[in-house]
Design a protein around this ligand. Structure first.
Ligand SMILES: NC(=O)C1=CN([C@@H]2O[C@H](COP(=O)(O)OP(=O)(O)OC[C@H]3O[C@@H](n4cnc5c(N)ncnc54)[C@H](OP(=O)(O)O)[C@@H]3O)[C@@H](O)[C@H]2O)C=CC1
Ligand SMILES: O=C(O)C1=N[C@H](C(=O)O)C[C@H](O)C1
Length: 234
């Protein structure tokens, strides 16, 4: 595959190595808002910044290039991008986290939430820990985890825990920024008697990048809006 990398920072560069090791060619490395060309690309992989994601996705649909989007922090426009994908017969996968381990963790999270739903003596809270360069909070992964809990429990929303009191039916999410941490997510169910903890700790960016390349290989030649559940057959 000929791949355009939209965003060539920590993730773009890790994806480049993995894509080349799997026999793909990088035909564009984009790291500025200036006009860029998708000429010669079979597919685009976007790991850039929240403010550029919608523009990147729109340009790909207009150029008929399928796009794998890993950028977080732009999800207010997600439904618009899904509609545009349909209108333009595009190919699209967004995932807040492309690693296989985290996608399994998403499934465990939903199952645990289902089991915990009747036990209202347990209160849920979440902590995500990332490197200090991260622009958005909470992480996209934490938002996906919260949505997985909201599906089957009396919780109706999530709120960033920043000292103020949080409504009983909101899931508090604490976002910590520390050194170079690639990504850690911890879900606590706490009662007066005990705490149940489900956690995932990424050791590097390898899993995110590998998952994005696998998603791109899977998406090539398909039309529609897909998820990592489709890619992994979950
Ligand atoms: N879904 C997933 O599995 C994962 C998602 N992410 C998400 O991916 C995104 C990128 O993460 P990461 O690589 O760590 O971040 P970096 O800051 O390392 O890289 C961002 C890149 O985007 C570039 N950029 C800035 N503005 C634009 C623009 N307007 N158009 C194109 N490129 C631009 C930056 O260029 P410059 O350096 O010149 O500013 C830089 O190359 C984040 O949103 C992060 O949350 C991260 C890991 C996994
Ligand atoms: O910015 C990061 O680094 C990461 N972002 C994603 C997110 O917001 O969930 C995925 C991963 O946790 C790393």
């Amino acid at each position: 595959m000929k791949i355009a990398l939209l965003g060539y920072g920590k993730m773009g560069q890790t994806i480049e190595k993995i894509a080349e090791s799997r026999g793909h060619e990088i035909v564009a490395r984009v790291s500025s808002p200036e006009n860029f060309t998708l000429e010669n690309a079979d597919i685009a992989i976007d790991f850039s910044i929240p403010d550029s994601a919608v523009n990147h996705i729109t340009k790909c649909f207009e150029a008929g290039i399928p796009i794998v989007s890993g950028t977080t922090g732009w999800l207010d426009s997600y439904e618009d991008m899904v509609a545009l994908c349909k209108e333009k017969n595009g190919g699209f996968i967004y995932a807040s986290n492309f690693s296989v381990g985290v996608n399994l963790f998403f499934e465990f999270n939903k199952k645990l939430a289902q089991i915990m739903a009747p036990h209202n003596d347990y209160k849920v809270d979440m902590t995500e820990i990332h490197h200090t360069q991260k622009l958005d909070a909470p992480s996209g992964t934490a938002i996906t985890l919260a949505e997985g809990i909201i599906e089957t429990t009396p919780y109706t929303a999530w709120s960033l825990a920043e000292g103020q009191s949080i409504k009983d039916n909101h899931i508090p999410i604490t976002a910590e920024r520390e050194g170079t941490v690639p990504g850690t997510h911890i879900i606590n169910y706490k009662s007066d008697i005990d705490t149940i903890i489900l956690s995932h700790e990424a050791h590097s960016r390898q899993g995110f990048a590998q998952g994005a390349v696998v998603a791109a290989e899977w998406l090539l030649g398909k039309q529609g809006n897909f998820s990592m559940r489709d890619v992994l057959g979950l």
